[in-house]
Design a protein around this ligand. Structure first.
Ligand SMILES: [Zn+2]
Length: 240
């Protein structure tokens, strides 16, 4: 067995939409203090979503304006706040993300190149189809990345730690990360997405982090779940 290269302390986040990283932003900011760097794959451009402008919901959203605001303003700012080293936009249709072999292979190629130690992915029991499909796609790509096949698409790599992150729907929490120190920065990232979130988003973020913080005996925590069909291989020191 090859020992994990501890210099490659990389976290890979795989999300359906450009604002989904708010869910686990506190954990990214915390791990960066421990020397981790963060890379993100965004499966869709979210070209079809609704928009809030000057406090009001826009009735008919113009796609090019939407894309400009979401990527060139909001995501660009969030990228700075979260210090995202690399961003891969897969440009799958939003509201139309579907599991496909082709997308699994494209994602696998990225996983094998980035070679993360930790991957954060959507939970399959979510309220939204894009998130559910993203979860299936991500987990399968992470699994097949470790297989000794299609080595023309990169040397195989098993990501030692994969976690589902918590969105709107409560998950079966296996890991609670204390993000009390990072909480105000998480809120800054949330507030970048002014076209998407109104005040109600604060209710969600304040509520879930406070609820998850209670059993952790801290003010704010983020919850993660270990996929049942992607067990961690070791206790203690991890190997590649
Ligand atoms: Zn989303």
């Amino acid at each position: 067995m090859e020992q994990l290269n501890t210099n490659n302390k990389t976290i890979l986040g795989i999300t359906a939409h450009p604002d989904d990283h708010v869910c686990y932003a506190g954990t990214i900011l915390k791990l960066q203090k421990q020397g981790y760097s963060y890379v993100e794959v965004v499966l869709s451009d979210a070209e079809e979503s609704g928009m809030i402008k000057d406090g009001e919901r826009v009735v008919a959203v113009e796609k090019s304006e939407q894309l400009n605001i979401r990527w060139n303003h909001e995501f660009a700012l969030a990228r700075k706040l979260l210090d995202i080293k690399e961003v891969h936009r897969m440009k799958l249709p939003n509201l139309g993300i579907e599991y496909s072999k082709e997308s699994v292979m494209s994602l696998m190629e990225i996983v094998r190149r980035v070679r993360p130690e930790i991957a954060l992915i959507h939970h399959p029991e979510d309220y939204m189809s894009d998130h559910i499909q993203a979860s299936y796609l991500s987990l399968e790509a992470l699994k097949v990345s470790s297989y000794s096949f299609r080595l023309d698409l990169g040397k195989n790599h098993r990501t030692p730690r994969v976690y589902y992150f918590e969105g709107v729907s409560p998950i079966d929490a296996d890991v609670l990360v204390d993000i009390t120190e990072e909480f105000s920065q998480k809120i800054e990232v949330l507030e970048v997405y002014g076209s998407q979130f109104g005040d109600r988003a604060h209710q969600l973020i304040d509520g879930t982090t406070a609820y998850r913080g209670y059993p952790r005996r801290v003010k704010h925590a983020e919850a993660f779940e270990i996929p049942k069909n992607y067990p961690q291989w070791e206790i203690g020191e991890m190997y590649d």
